[in-house]
Design a protein around this ligand. Sequence first.
Ligand code: GLC
Length: 440
Amino acid sequence: MMQTWFTDAKLGIFIHWGIYAVQKRGGESWPLIRGEVSMEDYHSQLEHFTAEDYDPSAWARLIKRAGAQYAVLTTKHHDGVALWPTHEQGPSIPNQGNTGDLVGPFLEALRQEGLHTGLYFSHTDWAQSEHFQCITGLTETELQQLRSTKHNYINEWHKLDEHFAPDQEYYAKWNRFLEFRRNQLHELLTQYGTLDLLWFDVMIGLDHHDYESKALRDFIHELSPNTIINSRLEEYGDYETPEQFIPVYPPEGPWEFCVTTNNSWSYTGREQDYKTPYEIISMFCECLGMGGNMLLNIGPDERGTVPEKQVHLLESLGDWIQKHQEAVYGTVRGLPHGYAYGPSSLNKERDILYLYLSHLPGESTFIKGIHNEVNAISILGTGTTCAYKRIGGAPWMNVPGSLTIHIPEEAADTWVTVVKIELDGPLKLYSGEGVEIDLN
Ligand code: GLC
């Protein structure tokens, strides 16, 4: 069920950590499915995933330092390899590798820092042979043969629709898989204290009726009524998850934009296309302006070390947030498109408008259509006040004109400058097309 802590939090940190960091192919567990590696070779990463530098407290401190209020750790990607010692029949790093539990200590560390806890869990599980058989239509024998080769399974599940007639045996297999999924989620929801957020990922091969989304949601709620669920449970989730793309128009309800710092969710050792602090902060402000959260990813290596550039980006974002806290946490979506030269948000009382300027204006910036009187305008984090005036409009005909605001260059932020506009009451906006002024 949606909770206000989530819509107020604005920033979360995503952590993609799994055995795929050993072979550093990038693309998390996808190379397994795309036929780039055999199952055996892929699973050989289990022994080399040392997690020797795993320091959950240091991660939690970094997350807090970034200004985030929650984090989401991949407990099991599509490869089905669990980061916790599951009692179910499935690969698990603590059970088969050389590490202890990697989930519990992290959740504890988050709580120690006063952060909200989130876990990622993929519905899709390549390691469960029954799941794999059901979505590909392959028999157990065929599957065993293919697993020792580099086989591209994507072709298989796309074939399924054409010649597929499920029989009783099929349903029995699928139900066993669903029970397995339920049991693993039961472990995650009952062994580690209250979980604030469950972040599901893709249902591959079949649709959400087959994956029984509604029953799953009811099951989760029974165990943990306050746990928020993302929308990768179709309409049974609590919020939308646009990925690698900030919506042009915001979804109606709560949402969270998930994004990488570079070109891969998982560690590759040769990460490229890093976004700059300016780009990350600007994207974050877009989310704030449309009332959404940003879930920014890091991908630690197999030892548990977060790449330095990712640390740097998180710290830069943290510095900016620290200076502009008031225009971050607890804000709500601001002016609709077309009113200002940049995104904006409002405080909960809706009488302070925050304008995020990624680009410094020439002479002044202006905002259209505000009926309210303005009490004061300043640059957040500096105390510098801004000169402003109204231009145009015909207040006697209820047409407000524009507010022009001068931004003193010396008060500008290195990345995104925030203008704080204090109004005489809750925002009143003109939304008309303008009229002919026939009374002057
Ligand atoms: C996609 C990818 C997956 C990644 C996820 C993060 O669904 O399949 O690898 O973990 O996005 O949002």
